[in-house]
Each structure stands twice: as C-alpha cells, then as structure tokens.
Design a protein around this ligand. Structure first.
Ligand code: FES
Length: 143
C-alpha cells in the first residue's frame, strides 16, 4: 500500500483555499517546535457561519493536505460545527495519514480553534475556555 492515500496526494498537489483573507475576523496561527512547521488559518465569520476560510502553511505535505481538507470541511458550516472538527475527522477525510504524520493534522484542528477563539476575543463574545483546552497549555506553539 502506498504511504499516502490518493486524497492526501490530491490535497497536497492541489491545495484548496490557500491564501490570505485581508478582512478576516478570526486568525489562528500554530507552530510545531519539533519540526518547525507553521500553519495559519484565516476565517471570515458572518451570522455564526464560516463564510470563507483560507490558510497559509509552511510545512510538510501532510500539513498542507490537512489544512486543505480541514478548510473544505468547515467552509460554509455553522461556527458550532467548525468547533467540533477534530484531527481524526480530518485524517479520516484524507483516507488516513501515516502514524508519524498524525500530528500534522492536529495542527489544523488547533489552528482552526485558535482562529475561532480569536474571533470570540475580537467580538467580545463570551465562551467556555473548556472549548479551547489546547491553548491553555499548548505544547505545540508554546503559548
Ligand atoms: Fe511538521 Fe508535518 S512534519 S507538520
């Protein structure tokens, strides 16, 4: 069996939603100190819906494929659904990642949650910190 699924190769070669949203109202950046890879997610949230999402990822192929798939999964979705996105869901949608590349999909989940948290902070919307446990003690980005 090939190391990477066809879907991983497709999203790596033709990543969806690459770029910057200039008037984004939620931005989340995470980095993995071990590999040095960085992922940044831009959200345009309107009426509690992900109206648009783009990403910039400086990282491995799995991180790029994970970002691409994660943005596809949340685009047009209600905010509440975006918050439920897990790295397992991203990995499954990609038809799997090699075990040593699972952490790359974790970056996508974290970056999206961090961007939503940024939106809440900017908008003065109260939230339950328990929904963002990763950022209370983040061993990926050190924040
Ligand atoms: Fe660093 Fe994939 S090896 S995100």
């Amino acid at each position: 069996m090939a190391l990477y699924s066809d879907k991983v190769m497709d999203h790596f070669r033709n990543p969806r939603n690459v770029g910057v949203i200039e008037d984004a109202n939620g931005v989340g950046e995470v980095g993995n100190p071990k590999c040095g890879d960085i992922m940044k997610i831009y959200l345009k949230i309107q009426d509690d819906t992900i109206a648009d999402v783009k990403f910039e990822t400086f990282g491995c192929g799995s991180a790029i494929a994970s970002s691409s798939m994660a943005t596809e999964l949340i685009k047009g979705q209600p905010l509440s659904e975006a918050l439920k996105l897990t790295n397992q869901a991203v990995t499954e949608a990609l038809d799997g990642l090699p075990a040593h590349k699972i952490h790359c999909s974790v970056l996508a989940e974290e970056a999206i949650k961090k961007a939503v948290k940024d939106y809440y902070d900017r908008s003065g919307i109260a939230y339950d910190p328990a929904d963002f446990p990763v950022f209370e003690d983040c061993d990926h980005c050190g924040e």
